[in-house]
Each structure stands twice: as C-alpha cells, then as structure tokens.
Design a protein around this ligand. Structure first.
Ligand SMILES: Nc1ncnc2c1ncn2[C@@H]1O[C@H](COP(=O)(O)OP(=O)(O)O)[C@@H](O)[C@H]1O
Ligand SMILES: [Mg+2]
Length: 288
C-alpha cells in the first residue's frame, strides 16, 4: 500500500529509489536502519508500564530525536496511549500503575527521585483526542499556564497569548473573540486552542494522542498542517490509528503490537519496506 505522501517521502529520505531509472542506475537499497540524526530527546531502555499485573507496555527500547515528528501506530489496546502518557508521567494519576526500566528526557531519568513532575509537565505538553478547553474565555485558556508560572503583567500576558495563538494558526480566527467563551469555538478551533494553551508555557515536546480523531476532515487537515509547522522547533510525538495520517505528518514511525515495539524507522521506509512481517501485515490491513 503506497501511503507515504510524496512530501513525506521526499522530506524523510530524498534517496528513495526513483522507479523510472533502469535497475543498473538505481541507488543501492538502504542498509540497515541508521540511528536517527540529531540529538536524542526521549529515550526508552527496556521500559515497561504495568496496570496492576498487566504489562501494557513491554520492555520498549527506542530513541526519539529532537525537533522531529514521531508517530506511534498500532491496533487499539496495543499500549500507544500508555507509552505516550508515561513521558510526562500522566500515568502517575492512575492507581496501580507502575513502570520499570528507564525513560529519559534529554538524558534525565523521568522517573528519577530528583525529577520535579510539575516542571516536567511544563516541558512536555499534551493534547488529547477530545478538545478540552476550560469553560473560560479564549484569552484565559491560553493565559492559564503562564499565570500559574507567575506571569502577571497584562501586556506580558497579551503578548504570550497572541504569540501562542499565532503559533497554533488560530490568531486570525479569534483575535476579535478573545473574551468569548472558548466552548463557543468549533471543534477544530478548540483543538488548536488546546495546542496554543500547551505552547503558551514554552514546552520542548508536544505529546498528541489521536488529536484529530474527533474532528471533521478539514479541521483534521488544519491540525496536520500545524504539526508540520511545529516541526523543527518542537519535538512532536503523535499517536494515531490513521496510517495515512502517520505517513503524511511524521518523520519517524513506531509500530506497536500487544505492548511491544515491533518496529521503529523512518516513516518512508516503515511504510514501503518494513523489516518485520507483523508491520507489513498491519500496514496492508491484514489485521488491526
Ligand atoms: N487506566 C487503565 N487501567 C487499567 N488498564 C488500562 C488502563 N488504560 C489502559 N489499560 C490497558 O492497557 C492496555 C493498553 O491500553 P492503551 O495504552 O490505552 O492502548 P492504545 O492507546 O494503543 O489503544 C490495554 O489492554 C488497556 O485495556
Ligand atoms: Mg489510545
């Protein structure tokens, strides 16, 4: 199944063989997966997450590069959300949930004794499947985090709100409605507002758990465009059960199955020449 967009393939791997070349002039097939280029932002080593006795994430090892978009795909219940939530310790809120192995952010142990969980969640923002703005004004939604972090001055707050809304590609649509209730916005606008709210505290990393699955196709495509614009400046990890979406927006893709990481590679390669039979079966729709 050719699900990798031209754009995605070109961006990730400009040396993808061009079909029109005669075989003798085609570049040789890529060697074994190269480690991702650039600084590693999030690394898991033998990392597991348990709900009571159930091991929902099983000894996952992977290294997610800074400034890139990484997609996590796999059938429902395979542990995608659990792995994502582990990165900013949202799992802490679930009784009976525990982890083993190692998970690091910029080399620092996320579950180490010295970690400040509030500061961690400021560094690692999260956007959920269903837009969840507070029942407050557009302005107050975006200003919420900065106020908690001690920004009080009106003009400073206004600057943060405008910058965040622009970054989330929403400013033009809401600049005249800043003091209206955010719940009056459309679903797609609410989701971009939630992204603006996450960006307002200047995170390094954004976790997105199926951020478009509650949206219509046009609103979803605006979110995909926005993810593309955030690339480079932020590390984005997006869980999606939509393989076309993973192929369109991500540089790297992780395929999970029953709690295990089956394969992690450049998106262009994972969707065109996966190394594992289970990946091949999943991307060709044989299960899932
Ligand atoms: N809060 C929870 N308590 C107990 N089990 C859970 C909880 N959340 C998820 N699980 C279980 O962990 C496994 C992985 O779930 P999840 O991470 O939500 O998968 P996915 O996001 O891939 O659909 C599933 O078997 C699910 O039933
Ligand atoms: Mg999930």
């Amino acid at each position: 199944m050719a699900v990798v967009s031209e754009k995605g393939a070109a961006r990730v791997n400009p040396s993808v063989p061009v079909p029109s070349l005669p075989p003798s002039e085609r570049p040789p097939p890529d060697p074994a997966p190269a480690p991702p280029a650039g600084r590693i932002h999030v690394a898991a080593e033998g990392f597991s997450v348990f709900y009571a006795d159930v091991e929902a994430v099983r000894s996952v090892t992977l290294a997610i590069p800074q400034g890139r978009v990484t997609a996590i795909i796999g059938p429902s219940g395979c542990g995608k959300s659990t792995l994502l939530r582990a990165i900013n310790r949202m799992n802490d809120l679930i009784p009976g949930c525990r982890v083993s192995g190692r998970l690091t952010l910029d080399g620092e142990d996320v579950y180490g004794p010295q970690i400040d969980v509030t500061a961690l969640r400021q560094r690692v923002g999260m956007v959920f499947q269903k837009p969840n703005p507070f029942p407050k004004s557009v302005f107050d939604n975006v200003a919420f985090g900065p106020r908690i972090h001690g920004i009080r001055g009106r003009s400073q707050l206004e600057a943060v709100v405008e910058r965040s809304l622009r970054r989330a590609a929403l400013w033009g649509e809401v600049q005249d409605r800043l003091h209206e209730n955010a719940l009056g916005l459309s679903g797609g606008q609410q989701q971009r507002l939630c992204i603006a709210r996450a960006l307002a505290v200047q995170p390094e990393l954004l976790l997105m758990d199926e951020p478009t699955s509650a949206l219509d196709p046009i609103a979803a495509s605006r979110i995909e465009d926005l993810i593309d614009e955030l690339r480079g400046e932020y590390t984005v990890i997006i869980v999606t059960h939509n393989m076309q979406q993973a192929a369109r927006v991500s540089d790297l893709t992780a395929f999970m199955y029953m709690g295990e990481l089956v394969e992690f590679d450049a998106t262009s390669r994972l969707f065109t020449s996966p190394a594992q039979a289970r990946t091949q079966d999943y991307i060709t729709g044989r299960f899932g």
